[in-house]
Design a protein around this ligand. Structure first.
Ligand SMILES: Cc1ncc(COP(=O)(O)O)c(C=O)c1O
Length: 390
């Protein structure tokens, strides 16, 4: 299928059909595959012949999802992983060694910060954190081996200029630019086309879109890196399950319509929040007042479904809002058809030290919402009820 457009890719890329002529893609729920003979098995294991051996290595359903996501990111290679975090770990294991440095944007998901600071540091891989302005000005240590960013960041929706950072990365020796594209998905932003080397996904989020399964992906055009990722997954085993791959593969079919509706709802809510007297600040790149509004307009096709806002009265006020809403689900997940609400300081970023949270500008009164597919008027009434409880 050459030259098909993105919406068609979301529905058709990676499609497969067995001899049973099924219309919906099948799930290959099998841990291993059989060989024609002992000699055939030996040829497969020695890689003289290619094919399925064992689902930790390859599985047709996982491959179908990988092909569809690669096609949407305009990439040549994609490997599904057991979670978004294992996608990040897999990449780090393939690229970094003891003594290497990571330069990361300061607004990273809490578990990514924990992975870098608490786990990789034990293997003498150091991470330094930078503001978007510091990254753009290229004030990065010369021996950085990987630049890792999230844009928009979670939960503050800071936007980083990927094209500018790709130029900075090229000026460093042997350094990769990695973008966690979980919040935008390829519908809103294709980082590889903007100069990034690797895209990370938590397919748990918008790619699934209904909060059903945990998974992730590493996406790249770098053939050597892609080979290393496949080798790591095959040996170390944080591979995607075929059942989860089937869920994500089907989720991608509706990604464009879901993102459009969720972004529209989020935009309406963000504007409404700016008029509320108990709300001190709204972080949403679709607002003209957002410091990165212009960059977001240039870099993204829409402003996303994730936003956060700060209420007057700190943590106790934020908790009151969260405890009073009835439609929003109080859960840390995002990218679901069901809108979700969470208090980053005490959940997603609780393991980040108070000083690091201060550095990341995540305050106690901050509430993050991921806007879903409910009627936006109901969502606004629900938030109004929450704010009235303060
Ligand atoms: C931006 C971002 N990246 C990565 C992850 C990790 O994904 P997973 O929960 O699938 O491991 C998350 C999870 O919330 C996230 O928000």
């Amino acid at each position: 299928m050459k030259n098909i457009r993105d919406k068609t890719k979301a529905v058709r890329a990676g499609q497969m059909r067995t001899a049973e002529a099924e219309h919906s893609d099948p799930i290959f729920a099998t841990s291993s595959f059989v060989f024609d003979s002992a000699e055939h098995a030996a040829q497969m294991f020695s890689e003289a012949k290619s094919g399925n051996i064992y689902s930790r290595f390859t599985n047709p359903t996982t491959r179908a999802f990988e092909k569809r996501l690669a096609s949407l990111e305009d990439a040549q290679f994609c490997s599904g992983t057991a979670s978004g975090m294992s996608a990040i770990l897999t990449l780090c294991m393939c690229v970094l060694k003891s003594g290497d440095q990571i330069a990361a944007s300061r607004g990273l998901f809490g578990s990514t910060v924990s992975l870098f600071d608490n786990i990789l540091r034990r293997f003498e891989i150091e991470t330094r954190y930078y503001s978007p302005a510091e990254l753009a000005s290229g004030q990065i240590s010369a021996d950085t081996r990987m630049i890792f960013i999230e844009t928009p960041s979670n939960p503050l929706c800071e936007i980083i200029d990927i094209t500018r950072l790709a130029q900075v990365t090229k000026g460093l020796n042997d350094c990769l630019l990695v973008v966690d594209n979980c919040a935008c998905t390829p519908v809103l932003q294709q980082p590889l086309a903007l100069g990034a080397d690797v895209v990370i996904h938590s397919s748990t989020k918008f790619l699934d879109g209904q909060g059903r399964a945990v998974g992730g992906a590493v996406v790249t055009n770098d053939a050597d890196l892609a080979k290393a990722v496949v080798g790591f997954l095959r040996t170390a085993g944080p591979s995607m399950s075929p059942f989860n791959a089937w869920i994500f593969h089907k989720g991608l079919e509706t990604l464009f319509v879901r993102m459009k509706e969720c972004c529209s709802n989020a935009n309406t809510i963000a504007h409404w929040l700016t008029d509320q007297s108990l709300v001190e600040k709204v972080h949403y790149p679709g607002l003209k007042s957002h410091p990165d509004h212009e960059l977001a307009t240039r870099q993204q096709r829409d402003f996303g479904a994730l936003l956060s806002f700060e209420v007057k009265g700190g943590q106790s006020a934020a908790w009151k809002v969260i405890d009073s809403v009835q439609i929003f689900s109080v859960t840390a997940n995002l990218g679901d058809a069901k809108s979700t609400i969470t208090h980053p300081t005490s959940t997603t970023h609780a393991r980040v030290s108070a000083s690091d949270r201060k550095r990341m500008a995540i305050r106690d009164g901050l509430i993050r919402i991921s806007v879903g597919l409910e009627d936006v008027h109901d969502l606004i009434e629900d938030l109004e009820c929450g704010l009235n409880s303060i």
